[in-house]
Design a protein around this ligand. Sequence first.
Ligand code: BTN
Length: 251
Amino acid sequence: MKSENVILPEGWTLECLEETDSTNEAVKRRAAETGLDRLIVQADGQTAGRGRRGRAWKSLPGNLFFSLALKVRDAARLGEYSFLTALALARAVEDIAPNLAPKCKWPNDVLLNGKKMSGILLETDGKHGIERLIVGVGVNIVPVGAEGMLYPVASLADEGCLTGMEEVLSAFMNRFDLLAKLREKEGFAPVLDGWKKRAYGLGGEIAVNLPDRRLTGTFSGLDKDGCLLLNNADGEYRITAGDVFFDPQGK
Ligand code: BTN
């Protein structure tokens, strides 16, 4: 990808690489070297793309891999960026393909037709405590194949949307910047509201894999911080992290 083909909101810097280990690592290195805030590193290929919980992220040519580095001002509320990033991506897809109805899967996947189109990996970095938030995003623009995947996968091309990396990154950055400004001005609530409007599976039966056990029940809502609320015969659970499955009898 060529950086001059990407339209960025004011104040952002984009560096494009042919290949790197992981754009999350690359942006950490470059942000530490340059001291830049609002830095984006994109790579056409990743040799060690990472997913959540130490899983690998398949990085096939034609798909979009990038990471943002943001200086941290409110370390306690970084989890809000999970929802903000997923919502920005869902809105970007709506901008590009108004006929598609992307959905947000808790906490931060974006789905097309119930299948995973993107993944988001939030990390923090800094020499002296938490200095930077790293937001890593992988978007399937072209098909990736389902082998070895934890969830069913989709791509924009699978859903009939023929677009490219530059268009998706431009649309995403526009939405991300707008939402970050909205959050600064009005707090997290409007961001969470936008996410909830596109929530996948709300009110339905789910299973959540936690590090030590599996819970099943009804996905009854989110609290004001975005924690997932699950209800079953034992009561209400407030879940901060876990893998959600919408077919409780399945995996
Ligand atoms: C997940 O759903 O498990 C999160 C996947 C995140 C993948 C992206 S691709 C760009 C960035 N670099 C990485 O190594 N991971 C993220």
